[in-house]
Ligand binder design. Structure first.
Ligand code: VG1
Ligand code: CO
Length: 574
């Protein structure tokens, strides 16, 4: 919805020109395009989700510009096209947006749709790309990494299906970044990002769009808003949502508080701050401790949820009860029939390899396919586009569906609310009933953050060497059934991704997975994923770390974690 329509031609600011090209003397719009000479940076390889570095790295002269030009140079036929642009509101977001707008104008884009105040959650950006069929979009975020001048910044490119660029695109961007020698930028004044409407930058139209509107409309088309409204306005249901001072605040306020009637006060920390209030915007039991205290305290509400920096992750809590993300995916799949957009049935379910096998059991019961992909949402895109999967999930608090091509925090929260409204049971009752029906997959992830990179690489190398000899080995009651380094062949385009994590599977279905993070910015982060299955209802109530105790010991024995990392316990357990 646009309240004003501003059209003005950007003033032709005097240029600090280095090299000029494209100069057409009688065409004012082209007069101030500069081609700037630059030299490559060697570290612009996108990770699990785009390029993430410290803010100070991004502030180096030409660093952002080089990467953005590398993106543009890797695209085909972008002249005259539309781009979506927005970010999670962290420090440097606005600055980066102004730079990217001027580069897009200089490179010949016809239009950029940019979120008001520079804000677009990752799922909202995906939604807008799809709805308006744009060429793609640039999302500025380091997701759950802390922000502020001493925190992290990030940038990623999403393609026309609304999803993260697949590996062949990110590889092309990286290859370009290694040889880039110039970029194009327009000299012009900054765009007013606070006011909705259109303005011009050279010949390009900049359209400042409402950050929430399109996304909210999509949510309304998927869920039974009337039923959720009834639940949220009834006197015997209370919920609390923690936006963690990050991007989801405006979305949750508009959708949950206003449209669905939960009322003011339901959303905590709802104003996006550049430093996320000095917090770590990662919705898990460790970093979302304020919400955890509320849900595990006296007079706890019935339902609690949180989202991360860029709004694509979710944590689901019941009263004094935590739902693991892997269970959440399985439960969402098993209860999809209660939700209008999914009530006709699911085509399939996809989960990342380290995610627990709880969803596989639901897929088997539903008679649908279950796909196992490498970590990172980019691997779900083809399955969703081909109609092979409807729901996708990762153990790292990410759940989503074919409604967009990113994981979607608020979507997961609304899905749970829709289930709660339809079933009129508590979160805990629903989860326990699920375990009784399908069995329980005990699950935990242990992270060792800030490990010296060389030591982490040694650990992985040693494991790799040991892998072929593990089969048949016994560790207490556990016997190794297989051990490998996960390799994935995309069933749609047959592209192969190797080295996606070391898996050790035991004969009873338990697993230990080791991989190094591709989103961290300091040293290495070692992730160890532990999973065991319990079909016996009388044994489904054990504390998770205790239930996984033997596997935790075995993981250390096999990988010599303490010795190799020099740390005697994980920094974060989820
Ligand atoms: C982590 C998670 C992965 C997720 C990725 C991006 O990656 O493990 O499941 O897709 O973050 O999520 P890694 O490589 O650090 O394990 V987000 O919300 O940071 O964009
Ligand atoms: Co995120």
């Amino acid at each position: 919805m646009y309240f004003t329509l501003l059209v003005h031609v950007v003033s032709l600011a005097p240029a600090k020109k280095q090299v000029k090209t494209n100069k057409k003397p009688h065409h004012p719009d082209n007069m101030d395009i500069r081609t700037v000479a630059t030299t490559p940076f060697s570290d612009q390889k996108p990770g699990t989700s785009g390029l993430r570095k410290s803010v100070t790295t991004f502030q180096q002269p030409h660093y952002l510009e080089n990467f953005v030009q590398s993106i543009f140079d890797s695209l085909e036929n972008y002249q005259g096209q539309t781009l979506v642009l927005g970010g999670d509101g962290r420090y440097y977001n606005r600055k980066a947006i102004q730079i990217i707008l001027k580069m897009a104008a200089a490179n010949g884009f016809a239009r950029v749709k940019v979120g008001q105040r520079g804000i677009l959650s990752t799922p909202a950006a995906s939604c807008v790309i799809r709805k308006y069929k744009t060429l793609g979009g640039i999302i500025l975020s380091a997701s759950h990494n802390p922000g502020g001048p001493n925190g992290d910044f990030g940038i990623k490119y999403n393609i026309g299906n609304g999803g993260p660029a697949p590996e062949k695109v990110t590889e092309a961007i990286y290859a370009r970044s290694k040889v880039i020698d110039s970029y194009k930028i327009l000299d012009g004044s900054d765009i007013n990002l606070d006011t909705l409407g259109e303005s011009k930058l050279g010949e390009m139209v900049v359209e400042v769009i409402d950050s929430v509107h399109d996304y909210q409309e999509l949510m309304e088309s998927l869920f039974d808003f009337d039923r959720i409204h009834q639940l949220l306005t009834s006197s015997n249901f209370k919920m609390s949502f923690d936006a963690m001072h990050a991007v989801t605040g405006p979305y949750a306020r508009s959708i949950i508080e206003q449209r669905l009637g939960a009322g003011v006060g339901c959303v905590q920390n709802g104003t996006p701050l550049e430093d996320f209030g000095n917090g770590h915007p990662d919705p898990n039991l460790v970093y979302a401790h304020d919400l955890v205290e509320i849900l595990f305290g006296e007079y706890a509400p019935d339902f609690g949820a949180a989202s991360d920096g860029d709004g694509d992750r979710n944590m689901i809590l019941g009263r004094k009860f935590f739902v693991t993300p892997s269970d959440s995916l399985a439960i969402i799949a098993a209860n999809a029939k209660f939700v209008p957009a999914y009530s006709q049935g699911l085509a399939g379910i996809a989960r990342s390899m380290p995610t627990s096998q709880a969803a596989d059991r639901v897929a088997a019961a539903l008679g649908i396919d279950c796909y196992e992909t490498p970590t990172g949402w980019k691997f779900f895109g083809n399955l969703l586009d081909a109609g092979k999967a409807t729901l996708c999930g990762e153990e790292s608090f990410g759940t989503g569906s074919n409604h967009i091509r990113e994981k979607d925090g608020l979507w997961a929260v609304l899905f749970w609310l829709n289930i709660l409204a339809a079933r009129q049971q508590s979160v805990e009752e629903i989860v326990r009933e699920h375990w009784r029906t399908y069995g329980r997959n005990y699950y935990s992830r242990h992270d060792y953050e800030g490990v010296d990179s060389e030591r982490a690489n040694t650990l992985v190398k040693n494991l790799q060497v040991a892998l072929p000899n593990l089969k048949g080995k016994k560790y207490g009651a556990y016997e190794v059934e297989y051990s490998d380094n996960f390799s994935y062949t995309d069933p749609v385009d047959n592209s192969v991704s190797t080295n996606q994590g070391i898996r050790i599977g035991f004969t009873d279905g338990s697993r230990i997975v080791f991989r190094l993070s591709g989103t961290g910015t300091q040293g290495a982060t070692l992730r160890i994923y532990l999973e065991s299955f319990e079909g016996d209802v009388t044994k489904q109530n054990i504390e998770t770390q205790q239930a996984l105790g033997d596997l935790i010991t075995i993981a250390d024995e096999i990988a010599q974690i303490r010795e190799n990392t020099g740390m005697d316990k994980p920094t974060v357990i989820t």
